[in-house]
Design a protein around this ligand. Structure first.
Ligand SMILES: Nc1ncnc2c1ncn2[C@@H]1O[C@H](COP(=O)(O)OP(=O)(O)OP(=O)(O)O)[C@@H](O)[C@H]1O
Length: 301
């Protein structure tokens, strides 16, 4: 459905995308995961036909993003990372504007947005600039959907949105997927990555891995421990120096410590930390998350 072959794009010296290839199937909920500056927005802009690649080709449903961009624009919906809404227009006016750009009306495609728009309708005369982050996000999604696209591109749709709205938003994506839409979404949140059918990790303009969430975590084969102690700062420094350590990162209130080999026991890690005068040490073996795998792949690349 979406075919990306050898796409590269530079801005001066910055290589935003380097030879990126990727296939996304029809009806997939596909996640693009990567840190700031990884190249996610650049890839989105090329796919939604507003930026030209330096090299490579991409097509959506057989339509080339450069050669057939006009036709393609009717089939795709795009929710940019920074809000696309007109702040001075009301909810209703924003939606009507986006519908008219595509030569349609709100009424004609109401069924596709009804589920989301019904939550906004009581406030339809409120200006977009006066809405909360979660409401702006819902309106932006309605605006991206109002011309009934087949593919939806959402660039960091939940950044800066509260936890409840984030959850609701992903539930909405699940419902849109059930209606047959292909959805490509970028996010810096690893918990959201696990809700996708497949994900691609992107860093420095390159794809590090593409797989299902389970397939991604299955790549993490080293033993992993969660470690906590009284002095977190000294703990991380000492663990990073330890001969058995592969990587050690802070994950919330714990440190995640991956070991070079499975011959090292938790007791040995305990002994090492006791020798370094650490107190209140807690160690437990854990199952790797998507974030652990990403950190490990980033470290290895
Ligand atoms: N118009 C531009 N001019 C110059 N450099 C750019 C431009 N657009 C992007 N870049 C650079 O290209 C790289 C990739 O940026 P991009 O916005 O695609 O990353 P991203 O993964 O979407 O991150 P973010 O979440 O910060 O937007 C970054 O180093 C960025 O500074």
């Amino acid at each position: 459905m979406i075919s990306i072959r050898g796409i590269s794009k530079s801005f001066g010296e910055t290589k935003a995308l380097q030879d990126v290839s990727l296939e996304i199937q029809k009806g997939e909920l596909f996640g693009l995961i990567g840190p700031d500056g990884a190249g996610k927005t650049t890839l989105f802009k090329i796919l939604v036909t507003i930026l030209l690649p330096d090299a490579g080709q991409a097509s959506i449903d057989g339509l080339d993003v450069v050669q057939t961009y006009k036709k393609l624009r009717h089939q795709i919906g795009y929710m940019p990372g920074r809000f696309s809404l007109y702040q001075d227009l009301t909810i209703y006016e924003n939606l009507r504007f986006f519908a008219s750009v595509f030569g349609t009306t709100i009424e004609a495609n109401y069924d596709l947005i009804a589920d989301i728009y019904s939550q906004l309708e009581p406030f339809k005369d409120r200006r977009a600039g006066k809405l909360s982050g979660g409401m702006k996000q819902k309106l932006a999604l309605c605006c991206a959907l109002i011309h009934k696209p087949e593919v939806l591109f959402l660039d960091e749709p939940t950044t800066g949105v509260d936890a409840v709205s984030r959850k609701e938003f992903w539930e909405m994506l699940g419902r849109l997927k059930k209606r047959g839409l292909t959805i490509v979404v970028s996010t810096p949140y690893m918990d959201e990555a696990s809700l996708c059918d497949r994900i691609a990790f992107i860093q420095n303009g390159q794809i590090l891995a593409i797989n299902t969430p389970e397939g991604i975590t299955g790549k993490f084969t080293k033993p992993l421990l969660a470690v906590r102690g009284k002095d977190t700062y000294r703990l991380i420094l000492d663990l990073r120096k330890a001969p058995f350590t592969d990587t050690c990162y802070a994950f919330g209130e714990y440190l995640h410590l991956s070991l070079k080999t499975d011959t090292v026991s938790e007791a040995q890690v305990h002994t090492y930390l006791q020798e370094k005068q650490h107190s209140q040490v807690e160690i437990q073996s854990i199952t790797p998350t998507i974030e652990d795998t990403f950190m490990s792949l980033m470290h290895a690349s």
